[in-house]
Design a protein around this ligand. Structure first.
Ligand code: UT7
Length: 332
Protein backbone atom coordinates (compact mmCIF):
# COMPACT_ATOMS: atom_id res chain seq x y z
CA UNK A 1 0.00 0.00 0.00
CA UNK A 2 1.35 3.46 -0.86
CA UNK A 3 2.24 5.83 1.95
CA UNK A 4 -0.50 8.16 3.20
CA UNK A 5 0.32 11.85 3.10
CA UNK A 6 -1.90 14.69 4.38
CA UNK A 7 -3.16 16.99 1.65
CA UNK A 8 -5.11 20.22 1.79
CA UNK A 9 -8.18 19.48 -0.34
CA UNK A 10 -10.29 22.64 0.17
CA UNK A 11 -9.99 26.13 1.64
CA UNK A 12 -12.38 28.86 2.77
CA UNK A 13 -12.19 32.31 4.32
CA UNK A 14 -14.08 35.20 5.84
CA UNK A 15 -13.25 38.80 6.71
CA UNK A 16 -15.73 41.26 8.25
CA UNK A 17 -17.14 44.10 6.12
CA UNK A 18 -15.94 47.00 8.29
CA UNK A 19 -12.74 48.57 6.92
CA UNK A 20 -10.36 50.55 9.14
CA UNK A 21 -8.08 52.50 6.80
CA UNK A 22 -4.76 54.20 7.56
CA UNK A 23 -6.50 57.52 6.89
CA UNK A 24 -9.02 56.87 9.68
CA UNK A 25 -6.25 55.69 12.03
CA UNK A 26 -4.56 59.07 11.45
CA UNK A 27 -7.54 60.65 13.21
CA UNK A 28 -7.33 58.22 16.15
CA UNK A 29 -3.61 58.12 17.07
CA UNK A 30 -0.43 60.04 16.21
CA UNK A 31 0.45 58.23 12.99
CA UNK A 32 0.21 58.66 9.24
CA UNK A 33 -0.46 56.62 6.13
CA UNK A 34 3.09 57.08 4.82
CA UNK A 35 4.69 55.73 8.04
CA UNK A 36 2.36 52.72 8.26
CA UNK A 37 2.75 51.87 4.56
CA UNK A 38 6.55 52.09 4.44
CA UNK A 39 7.14 50.40 7.82
CA UNK A 40 4.56 47.61 7.52
CA UNK A 41 2.98 47.45 4.05
CA UNK A 42 -0.51 47.75 5.58
CA UNK A 43 -3.17 50.02 4.02
CA UNK A 44 -6.32 48.81 5.75
CA UNK A 45 -7.62 46.08 8.04
CA UNK A 46 -11.07 44.55 8.69
CA UNK A 47 -12.77 44.69 12.10
CA UNK A 48 -15.68 42.66 13.46
CA UNK A 49 -17.93 45.40 14.82
CA UNK A 50 -21.16 43.48 15.49
CA UNK A 51 -21.92 43.21 19.19
CA UNK A 52 -21.81 39.86 20.99
CA UNK A 53 -19.88 38.20 18.18
CA UNK A 54 -16.47 36.68 18.86
CA UNK A 55 -13.83 34.65 17.08
CA UNK A 56 -16.29 31.76 16.62
CA UNK A 57 -18.29 33.97 14.23
CA UNK A 58 -15.24 34.42 11.98
CA UNK A 59 -14.37 30.72 12.24
CA UNK A 60 -17.90 29.56 11.41
CA UNK A 61 -18.14 31.85 8.37
CA UNK A 62 -14.75 30.62 7.07
CA UNK A 63 -15.73 26.97 7.61
CA UNK A 64 -19.11 27.51 5.91
CA UNK A 65 -17.34 29.03 2.91
CA UNK A 66 -15.17 25.90 2.63
CA UNK A 67 -18.11 23.54 3.15
CA UNK A 68 -20.24 25.18 0.46
CA UNK A 69 -17.41 25.48 -2.09
CA UNK A 70 -16.43 21.86 -1.59
CA UNK A 71 -20.06 20.63 -1.22
CA UNK A 72 -18.89 18.79 1.89
CA UNK A 73 -21.25 16.98 4.24
CA UNK A 74 -20.12 18.35 7.65
CA UNK A 75 -21.17 15.09 9.31
CA UNK A 76 -18.14 13.49 7.63
CA UNK A 77 -15.67 15.74 9.47
CA UNK A 78 -13.75 13.77 12.12
CA UNK A 79 -12.00 16.62 13.90
CA UNK A 80 -12.12 20.43 14.12
CA UNK A 81 -9.12 22.43 15.32
CA UNK A 82 -9.51 26.16 15.86
CA UNK A 83 -6.13 27.88 15.91
CA UNK A 84 -6.63 31.14 17.77
CA UNK A 85 -5.11 33.56 20.25
CA UNK A 86 -8.51 35.15 20.94
CA UNK A 87 -10.92 32.37 21.94
CA UNK A 88 -14.56 33.33 22.59
CA UNK A 89 -14.03 32.61 26.29
CA UNK A 90 -11.05 31.57 28.47
CA UNK A 91 -12.81 28.28 29.29
CA UNK A 92 -15.02 26.30 26.85
CA UNK A 93 -13.03 25.80 23.67
CA UNK A 94 -14.17 27.89 20.71
CA UNK A 95 -13.65 24.90 18.38
CA UNK A 96 -16.30 22.87 20.19
CA UNK A 97 -18.95 25.53 19.61
CA UNK A 98 -17.81 26.03 16.01
CA UNK A 99 -18.02 22.29 15.26
CA UNK A 100 -21.60 22.15 16.54
CA UNK A 101 -22.66 25.27 14.66
CA UNK A 102 -21.35 24.04 11.30
CA UNK A 103 -23.02 20.66 11.74
CA UNK A 104 -19.84 18.64 12.37
CA UNK A 105 -21.80 16.53 14.82
CA UNK A 106 -19.49 13.51 14.57
CA UNK A 107 -16.30 15.46 15.18
CA UNK A 108 -14.32 16.14 18.33
CA UNK A 109 -12.80 19.60 18.62
CA UNK A 110 -10.31 21.73 20.50
CA UNK A 111 -8.37 25.00 20.31
CA UNK A 112 -4.67 25.39 19.61
CA UNK A 113 -2.80 28.50 20.77
CA UNK A 114 0.66 29.51 19.60
CA UNK A 115 0.04 33.20 18.80
CA UNK A 116 0.83 34.03 15.16
CA UNK A 117 2.19 30.50 14.57
CA UNK A 118 -1.08 28.84 15.65
CA UNK A 119 -2.18 27.90 12.14
CA UNK A 120 1.29 26.66 11.15
CA UNK A 121 1.49 24.44 14.24
CA UNK A 122 -2.08 23.35 13.53
CA UNK A 123 -1.02 22.22 10.05
CA UNK A 124 1.48 19.91 11.75
CA UNK A 125 -1.20 18.54 14.11
CA UNK A 126 -3.81 18.06 11.37
CA UNK A 127 -1.29 16.38 9.08
CA UNK A 128 -0.08 14.02 11.81
CA UNK A 129 -3.62 12.81 12.54
CA UNK A 130 -4.19 12.15 8.82
CA UNK A 131 -0.80 10.44 8.27
CA UNK A 132 -1.44 8.16 11.24
CA UNK A 133 -4.50 6.86 9.43
CA UNK A 134 -6.67 7.56 12.47
CA UNK A 135 -8.84 10.26 10.89
CA UNK A 136 -9.90 11.00 7.32
CA UNK A 137 -11.17 14.59 7.46
CA UNK A 138 -9.57 17.17 9.72
CA UNK A 139 -10.83 20.75 9.49
CA UNK A 140 -8.24 23.31 10.58
CA UNK A 141 -9.52 26.85 11.09
CA UNK A 142 -7.38 29.88 11.92
CA UNK A 143 -9.39 32.80 13.27
CA UNK A 144 -8.76 35.82 15.44
CA UNK A 145 -10.77 38.81 16.57
CA UNK A 146 -7.66 40.86 17.32
CA UNK A 147 -9.79 44.00 17.79
CA UNK A 148 -10.99 42.48 21.09
CA UNK A 149 -7.48 42.74 22.60
CA UNK A 150 -6.17 45.90 20.93
CA UNK A 151 -5.94 49.33 22.56
CA UNK A 152 -6.99 51.78 19.85
CA UNK A 153 -5.02 54.49 21.66
CA UNK A 154 -1.73 52.56 21.31
CA UNK A 155 -0.12 53.32 17.96
CA UNK A 156 2.46 50.57 18.48
CA UNK A 157 -0.21 47.89 18.03
CA UNK A 158 -3.47 49.32 16.65
CA UNK A 159 -2.01 50.03 13.22
CA UNK A 160 -0.94 46.41 12.76
CA UNK A 161 -3.74 44.03 13.64
CA UNK A 162 -7.04 43.08 12.00
CA UNK A 163 -9.79 40.44 12.29
CA UNK A 164 -10.39 37.47 10.01
CA UNK A 165 -10.72 33.73 9.61
CA UNK A 166 -9.64 31.01 7.20
CA UNK A 167 -10.08 27.26 6.96
CA UNK A 168 -8.35 24.29 5.33
CA UNK A 169 -9.50 20.68 5.04
CA UNK A 170 -6.85 17.95 5.42
CA UNK A 171 -7.45 14.54 3.85
CA UNK A 172 -5.34 11.45 3.03
CA UNK A 173 -3.47 11.40 -0.28
CA UNK A 174 -1.73 8.46 -1.93
CA UNK A 175 0.02 10.36 -4.74
CA UNK A 176 2.68 11.83 -2.45
CA UNK A 177 1.04 15.27 -2.42
CA UNK A 178 0.37 17.44 0.63
CA UNK A 179 2.54 17.72 3.74
CA UNK A 180 6.22 16.94 3.13
CA UNK A 181 8.37 18.35 5.95
CA UNK A 182 8.40 20.76 8.89
CA UNK A 183 10.80 22.69 11.09
CA UNK A 184 8.97 24.00 14.16
CA UNK A 185 10.64 25.98 16.96
CA UNK A 186 9.83 27.96 20.12
CA UNK A 187 11.69 30.05 22.70
CA UNK A 188 10.17 31.24 25.98
CA UNK A 189 12.34 34.36 25.99
CA UNK A 190 9.66 35.85 23.76
CA UNK A 191 6.94 36.29 26.35
CA UNK A 192 8.62 39.44 27.63
CA UNK A 193 8.27 41.14 24.26
CA UNK A 194 4.78 40.29 23.01
CA UNK A 195 2.09 39.60 25.58
CA UNK A 196 -1.12 40.37 27.43
CA UNK A 197 -0.15 40.85 31.09
CA UNK A 198 -3.45 40.22 32.82
CA UNK A 199 -6.44 37.92 32.65
CA UNK A 200 -4.41 34.73 32.98
CA UNK A 201 -3.50 32.68 36.05
CA UNK A 202 -0.53 34.88 37.06
CA UNK A 203 -2.51 38.10 37.15
CA UNK A 204 -6.26 37.50 37.10
CA UNK A 205 -8.52 40.40 36.15
CA UNK A 206 -9.20 43.05 38.78
CA UNK A 207 -10.08 46.75 38.82
CA UNK A 208 -6.41 47.74 38.64
CA UNK A 209 -5.62 45.56 35.62
CA UNK A 210 -8.53 47.09 33.74
CA UNK A 211 -7.54 50.63 34.73
CA UNK A 212 -3.91 49.95 33.71
CA UNK A 213 -4.99 48.56 30.31
CA UNK A 214 -3.27 45.26 31.07
CA UNK A 215 -5.81 43.25 29.09
CA UNK A 216 -4.52 44.63 25.80
CA UNK A 217 -1.64 43.31 23.69
CA UNK A 218 1.70 44.94 24.36
CA UNK A 219 4.54 44.58 21.93
CA UNK A 220 8.17 45.66 21.88
CA UNK A 221 7.99 45.88 18.11
CA UNK A 222 11.68 46.44 17.43
CA UNK A 223 12.78 43.36 19.39
CA UNK A 224 10.04 41.15 17.93
CA UNK A 225 10.98 42.40 14.47
CA UNK A 226 14.64 41.37 14.93
CA UNK A 227 13.78 37.86 16.12
CA UNK A 228 11.14 37.47 13.40
CA UNK A 229 13.40 38.49 10.54
CA UNK A 230 16.27 36.17 11.42
CA UNK A 231 14.27 33.16 12.64
CA UNK A 232 11.68 33.04 9.86
CA UNK A 233 14.38 33.37 7.22
CA UNK A 234 16.56 30.71 8.93
CA UNK A 235 13.91 27.98 9.01
CA UNK A 236 12.70 28.75 5.48
CA UNK A 237 16.23 28.46 4.14
CA UNK A 238 16.80 25.26 6.15
CA UNK A 239 13.66 23.56 4.90
CA UNK A 240 14.68 24.28 1.30
CA UNK A 241 18.17 22.83 1.86
CA UNK A 242 16.89 19.76 3.68
CA UNK A 243 14.52 18.97 0.79
CA UNK A 244 16.97 19.90 -1.98
CA UNK A 245 14.66 22.67 -3.19
CA UNK A 246 16.18 25.44 -5.31
CA UNK A 247 14.50 28.81 -5.67
CA UNK A 248 13.24 27.55 -9.05
CA UNK A 249 11.59 24.54 -7.39
CA UNK A 250 9.62 26.65 -4.90
CA UNK A 251 6.34 27.76 -6.48
CA UNK A 252 5.05 29.97 -3.65
CA UNK A 253 6.01 31.43 -0.28
CA UNK A 254 2.99 31.57 2.02
CA UNK A 255 4.33 33.57 4.96
CA UNK A 256 2.68 35.03 8.04
CA UNK A 257 1.58 38.60 7.26
CA UNK A 258 2.97 40.64 10.17
CA UNK A 259 5.15 43.09 8.31
CA UNK A 260 6.02 43.32 4.61
CA UNK A 261 9.67 43.93 5.50
CA UNK A 262 9.84 40.61 7.41
CA UNK A 263 8.30 38.73 4.47
CA UNK A 264 10.67 40.45 2.01
CA UNK A 265 13.69 39.51 4.15
CA UNK A 266 12.60 35.85 4.21
CA UNK A 267 12.02 35.85 0.44
CA UNK A 268 15.45 37.40 -0.15
CA UNK A 269 17.14 34.68 1.91
CA UNK A 270 15.29 32.05 -0.15
CA UNK A 271 16.37 33.93 -3.29
CA UNK A 272 12.75 33.93 -4.47
CA UNK A 273 11.32 36.01 -7.27
CA UNK A 274 8.78 38.59 -6.02
CA UNK A 275 6.06 36.96 -8.13
CA UNK A 276 6.20 33.86 -5.88
CA UNK A 277 5.82 35.79 -2.63
CA UNK A 278 2.14 35.91 -1.71
CA UNK A 279 0.97 39.05 0.03
CA UNK A 280 -2.39 40.41 1.22
CA UNK A 281 -1.14 42.31 4.29
CA UNK A 282 -2.09 45.59 2.58
CA UNK A 283 -5.78 44.65 2.84
CA UNK A 284 -6.07 42.77 6.14
CA UNK A 285 -3.07 43.71 8.32
CA UNK A 286 -1.92 41.04 10.74
CA UNK A 287 -4.84 38.71 11.46
CA UNK A 288 -2.65 36.44 13.66
CA UNK A 289 -3.95 32.84 13.19
CA UNK A 290 -5.82 33.72 10.00
CA UNK A 291 -3.00 35.05 7.81
CA UNK A 292 -1.94 31.74 6.23
CA UNK A 293 -5.43 30.39 5.38
CA UNK A 294 -6.49 33.85 4.11
CA UNK A 295 -3.56 33.69 1.68
CA UNK A 296 -4.54 30.16 0.62
CA UNK A 297 -8.08 31.30 -0.05
CA UNK A 298 -7.11 34.53 -1.87
CA UNK A 299 -4.56 32.80 -4.13
CA UNK A 300 -6.18 29.34 -4.45
CA UNK A 301 -7.00 29.85 -8.15
CA UNK A 302 -3.31 30.38 -8.98
CA UNK A 303 -2.14 27.15 -7.34
CA UNK A 304 -1.55 24.10 -9.53
CA UNK A 305 -1.51 20.46 -8.50
CA UNK A 306 2.06 19.57 -7.53
CA UNK A 307 3.16 23.16 -6.74
CA UNK A 308 5.81 23.30 -4.01
CA UNK A 309 4.67 25.69 -1.27
CA UNK A 310 6.84 26.83 1.62
CA UNK A 311 4.87 28.12 4.61
CA UNK A 312 6.56 30.25 7.26
CA UNK A 313 5.40 31.98 10.43
CA UNK A 314 6.71 33.79 13.47
CA UNK A 315 4.74 34.84 16.52
CA UNK A 316 4.53 35.59 20.21
CA UNK A 317 5.94 33.16 22.68
CA UNK A 318 8.20 33.11 20.67
CA UNK A 319 6.93 30.48 18.24
CA UNK A 320 8.02 30.00 14.64
CA UNK A 321 8.61 27.51 11.89
CA UNK A 322 8.38 26.46 8.30
CA UNK A 323 6.39 23.76 6.50
CA UNK A 324 6.93 22.36 3.02
CA UNK A 325 3.76 21.13 1.30
CA UNK A 326 2.87 20.02 -2.24
CA UNK A 327 -0.45 21.48 -3.43
CA UNK A 328 -2.94 18.72 -4.25
CA UNK A 329 -5.53 20.13 -6.67
CA UNK A 330 -6.28 22.47 -9.55
CA UNK A 331 -9.17 24.88 -9.12
CA UNK A 332 -11.69 24.76 -11.95
O1 UT7 B 1 2.84 38.76 14.27
C1 UT7 B 1 3.51 38.57 15.49
C2 UT7 B 1 4.84 39.12 15.45
N1 UT7 B 1 4.83 40.57 15.33
C3 UT7 B 1 5.65 41.13 14.48
O2 UT7 B 1 6.31 40.44 13.72
C4 UT7 B 1 5.80 42.63 14.51
C5 UT7 B 1 7.25 42.99 14.47
N2 UT7 B 1 7.51 44.42 14.55
C6 UT7 B 1 7.21 45.29 13.58
O3 UT7 B 1 6.58 44.94 12.60
C7 UT7 B 1 7.74 46.68 13.69
O4 UT7 B 1 8.69 46.74 14.74
C8 UT7 B 1 6.67 47.77 13.92
C9 UT7 B 1 5.84 47.94 12.68
C10 UT7 B 1 5.81 47.39 15.10
C11 UT7 B 1 7.37 49.11 14.20
O5 UT7 B 1 8.25 49.44 13.15
P1 UT7 B 1 9.76 49.87 13.45
O6 UT7 B 1 10.37 50.17 12.17
O7 UT7 B 1 10.39 48.79 14.30
O8 UT7 B 1 9.56 51.20 14.26
P2 UT7 B 1 10.17 51.59 15.67
O9 UT7 B 1 9.37 50.99 16.76
O10 UT7 B 1 11.65 51.40 15.65
O11 UT7 B 1 9.90 53.16 15.64
C12 UT7 B 1 10.54 54.03 14.69
C13 UT7 B 1 10.01 55.43 14.90
C14 UT7 B 1 10.04 55.88 16.34
O12 UT7 B 1 10.31 57.27 16.35
P3 UT7 B 1 11.79 57.83 16.62
O13 UT7 B 1 12.16 57.30 17.98
O14 UT7 B 1 12.64 57.26 15.53
O15 UT7 B 1 11.61 59.30 16.56
C15 UT7 B 1 8.64 55.64 16.83
O16 UT7 B 1 8.27 56.48 17.89
O17 UT7 B 1 8.64 55.49 14.49
C16 UT7 B 1 7.83 55.96 15.60
N3 UT7 B 1 6.57 55.24 15.55
C17 UT7 B 1 5.52 55.64 14.82
N4 UT7 B 1 5.32 56.71 14.04
C18 UT7 B 1 4.14 56.82 13.42
C19 UT7 B 1 6.24 54.08 16.17
N5 UT7 B 1 4.99 53.72 15.85
C20 UT7 B 1 4.52 54.67 15.02
C21 UT7 B 1 3.29 54.85 14.35
N6 UT7 B 1 3.15 55.93 13.56
N7 UT7 B 1 2.27 53.97 14.45
Amino acid sequence: MSKITAAITAVGAYVPDFVLSNQVLETMVDTNDEWITTRTGIKERRLLKEENKGTSYLAIKAAEDLISKRKLNPEEIDMVIVATATPDMPVAATAVYVASQIGAINAFAYDLQAACSSFLYGMSTASSYIESGRYKKVLLIGADKMSSIIDYEDRATCIIFGDGGGAALFEPNTEGLGFQDEILRSDGIGREFLKIDAGGSILPANEETVKNKQHFVQQDGKTVFKYAVSNMADVSEQIMKRNNLTNEDVSWLVAHQANKRIIDATARRMNLDDSKVLMNIQRYGNTTSATLPLLLSDFEKQFKKGDNIVFAAFGGGFTWGSIYLKWAYDTK
